[in-house]
Design a protein around this ligand. Structure first.
Ligand code: ASP
Length: 301
């Protein structure tokens, strides 16, 4: 396995399946996480230069469950506020003996950092709109938990795909499998990258897109990534793309509904979020198990 997890493409199909199988060992029969003092001599720094709740906290919980020392780097009170670069910041952590850096950054800095600081392990926890490999792992684990396999499934992704690193890493991850079809759906201005791709087909009509779907992944509008003001009429957006109980009726009865969070209830109604089909809260718990597996593997290699 590669030394760092910079993109989901650093993992082979076997690595993906092994990590998912390994993550299952960290959840007991009652759904609790196993706590094991496996890495008491390792220091993990969580460096998040963009907002996060699930990813940041689940990496902290995962590292704590494995017995690591966890440093929660607070960008707002760090010397980044005094003009220090991300390179000098991470180099300082490296010189202090941090073994592994979990990094979220709006720009693509992680590859350069990994190259210049070979002693440190880097795990990408979100890179602009480009990459979010541990999210793809937890999404694939959640699907396998419910459908036992990725092969043969019809998977639909609805929402603001262009700004979604969740989508890009998921699409790369599932391209290792024999899924039946991958359908991209959403406002044409939010799906420009997905209208002409070999990975799947673009279908702007949500009723058609959802037909017989096994898995529906919904995504919020990522307002913070739009370069110009979004002149959007929310009511017409909702009537065209919000996943409602009525629209869900086009998918298979046992379709699972996913969302990486945070949920804005523009892209999905509260009743679909709370429905039996929704596995959104399980995705959050799976995030801890998957990150325990990832940290264990990459701290051991
Ligand atoms: N939490 C996910 C991410 O960090 C999705 C989102 O923010 O909408 O990309």
């Amino acid at each position: 396995m590669a030394k760092n997890l910079l993109t989901i493409n650093d993992l082979t199909k076997k690595d993906i399946l092994d990590l998912i199988a390994f993550s299952n060992n960290f959840i007991d029969e009652d759904g609790n996480f196993r706590k094991e003092d496996l890495f008491p001599d390792k220091i993990v720094a969580n460096v998040f230069c963009e907002p996060s709740t699930r990813t940041k906290m689940s990496f902290a919980v995962a590292a704590g469950n494995l017995g690591c020392n966890v440093l929660d780097f607070d960008v707002d009170t760090s010397s980044i506020q005094k003009g220090e670069s991300i390179f000098e910041t991470i180099d300082a952590l490296n010189l202090m003996g941090v073994d592994l850096c979990v990094l979220r950054h709006p720009e693509s800095v992680i590859r350069d950092l990994a190259e210049h600081l070979p002693k440190m392990v880097f795990i990408n926890a979100g890179e602009g709109s480009i990459s979010h490999p541990t999210q793809a792992l937890l999404d694939m684990k959640t699907i396998i938990d419910h459908k036992s396999d990725l092969d043969g499934l019809k998977i639909v992704i609805v929402g603001d795909l262009d700004h979604s690193r969740v989508t890009s890493s998921f699409v790369e991850g599932v391209s290792n499998f024999d899924i039946d079809s991958l359908v991209f759906c959403g406002h044409p201005e939010m799906c420009q990258k997905y209208q002409n791709t070999d990975f799947g087909i673009y279908e702007p009509d949500i009723d058609k897109a959802l037909k017989d779907a096994d898995v529906v992944m919904t995504l919020r509008i990522q307002y913070e990534r739009f370069e110009k003001d979004l002149n959007l009429d929310l009511d017409s957006y909702k009537s065209a793309y919000q996943l409602s109980t009525e629209k869900l009726g086009y998918a298979k009865g046992d379709a699972i509904i996913m969302h990486p969070g945070p949920v804005n209830y523009v892209e999905i109604t509260e009743s679909v979020y709370d429905s039996e089909n929704s596995v959104i809260r399980q995705q959050i718990a799976n995030g801890v198990a998957v990150r325990m597996a990832v940290l264990s593997r990459f701290l051991s290699s």
